[in-house]
Design a binder for this molecule. Sequence first.
Ligand SMILES: [Zn+2]
Length: 142
Amino acid sequence: MADVPSWAGEEDAPFWQGVACGELRVQSCARCRRLRFPPRPFCPLCCSPESAWQPMSGRGTLWSYVIVHPPLVAPFAELAPYNVIVVALEEDPAIRMVGNLLAEPHGPINKVKPDQIRIGARVKAVFSEGPGGLRLPRWIYE
Ligand SMILES: [Zn+2]
């Protein structure tokens, strides 16, 4: 399917289909409704193999971050230093997603300075192109 990376598998294709249309999706258990990410074939709570994908609000809390420095592979080396953040989702703070904090929705990944990053701040997902044209979920301050 278009917009799904060639390396994506059956388990994570629905996530990437959501990203392609600007929607953050998380897998949920069809039996107990527990959300889980990254996707897995069985629920870690009740072991059910049945699942569905739920759209999330795209909101969360900045839980942690690092500032990345070289050595890095191309094309990331030329962008360093830049941030990589961990976001706890609003719907279930135990679910954490990794991405970049941007100054503006389609801005570069290296414009937010380290002293501007605030753990505990509210963030929301945006969708922008990464290296190779792959659309990725990223984050901005709410
Ligand atoms: Zn379950």
